[in-house]
Design a protein around this ligand. Structure first.
Ligand SMILES: [Zn+2]
Length: 76
């Protein structure tokens, strides 16, 4: 595997996780991850981070919604 491939793949990992890549680039990323342990490790880290981000923003949304609800109820 060339280093260029690794760099390209790592550049795309975040978009890949965000589901922002076109199908042909997605399969390039998957193919590269399949054969490259270094990028696979990076991918695992990125995917953990993006899970954390999406779950924490859902928590934030939920707590915002319940705050709004409390406020509405106390105003009634
Ligand atoms: Zn690689």
């Amino acid at each position: 595997m060339s280093e260029n491939n690794c760099k390209d793949t790592l550049d795309k990992v975040f978009e890949f996780l965000a589901n922002d890549l076109p199908e042909n680039e997605k399969s390039q990323v998957i193919n590269h991850l399949d054969g490259c342990d270094g990028c696979k490790r990076e991918y695992a880290i990125e995917s953990k981070i993006s899970n954390l981000i999406s779950s924490s923003s859902m928590d934030a949304q939920a707590s915002f919604a319940s705050k709004m609800q409390n406020r509405l109820q106390s105003e009634i």
